[in-house]
Design a binder for this molecule. Structure first.
Ligand code: DGL
Length: 269
């Protein structure tokens, strides 16, 4: 039940270790264009994938505090790794705030596979988490699940290198084990990975189904906003603002390219 943070016209806060969560932000924008959105990219501390839970929790609290200071009515943790490491602590600290997390979409992948082999690409933090073990336990009975941690891929996306030779080489290496195992369905278990979807499709071919969680997260957020009478009732396009602590000169260029139109990026402390 929403109490403390309840104004339907307030913005929705979305954060990730970096630019990856923009893939989720796009789904939220497409589904609820009237909602105002504030995106916080913790790029200075990316990747989270091999950080400790304590570190990720501390960063998640920092980002949540920032977004709350901007008056958000709900928080979307647009990061599988931060969800696994910090969602329980966030919910404990902010019991009255609507908080939406995300996890690799194993359930639809298991439903879609015909070969009985599902591949999961994610960070090592996500794959090693208790939440992922629970997902396997619940949804993967009778199906072989081949997991692959994609070390270095988040850094490629952070730099905006979506089609470079090094990104291609990395993906070819990581997809090999999934293809050898005859996976016909691959879960994109990190929000950075949808940005290299085209490259993955080129490598695995058109018969392999790729599953991204962004759309399901947006739909879940919409349902939860409705349940809490928090949907924005204004009949106009909401604002979208971007914040980042990335010190690279091309931060705006990269974030604009990922968002799909020019954005200005404010400095996140
Ligand atoms: N985009 C994130 C995820 O969904 C985090 C990647 C990282 O920083 O390692 O897991």
């Amino acid at each position: 039940m929403q109490k403390q943070f309840s104004s339907p016209s307030a913005p929705i806060g979305v954060f990730d270790s970096g630019v990856g969560g923009i893939s989720v932000l796009k789904h939220i924008r497409a589904l609820m264009p009237q909602e105002s959105l504030i995106y916080a990219a913790d790029s200075k501390h990316a990747p989270y994938g091999n950080q400790t839970h304590e570190f990720i929790q501390a960063r998640s609290f920092h980002l949540a505090e920032f977004l709350l200071s901007q008056g958000v009515k709900a928080l979307v943790v647009a990061c599988n790794t931060a969800t696994a490491a910090a969602i329980s602590s966030l919910r404990e600290r902010y019991p009255d705030l609507l908080i939406i997390g995300m996890e690799p979409a194993l359930k639809p992948a298991v439903a879609a596979t015909k070969t009985g082999v599902v591949g999961v690409l994610a960070t090592s933090g996500t794959l090693k988490s208790a939440q992922f073990a629970a997902l396997l336990e619940h949804y993967a009975q009778g199906v072989e699940v081949v997991t692959q941690a994609c070390i270095g891929l988040v850094e490629c996306v952070e730099k905006g290198e979506l089609t470079s030779l090094s990104t291609t080489a990395l993906l070819k290496q990581y997809l090999q084990s999934l293809l050898s195992a005859k996976a016909d369905t691959i879960v994109l278990g990190c929000t950075h990975y949808p940005f290299v979807r085209a490259l993955i499709e080129d490598i695995v071919g058109g018969d392999v189904v790729l599953i991204d969680t962004g759309d399901a997260v947006a739909k879940h957020l919409k349902n939860r906003l409705q349940d809490n009478q928090l949907m924005c009732a204004l009949d106009e396009l909401g604002s979208v603002s971007f914040w980042s602590n990335n010190e690279a000169d091309d931060t705006e260029k990269v974030m604009s390219a990922l968002w799909g139109s020019p954005v200005s990026v404010a400095r996140l402390i």
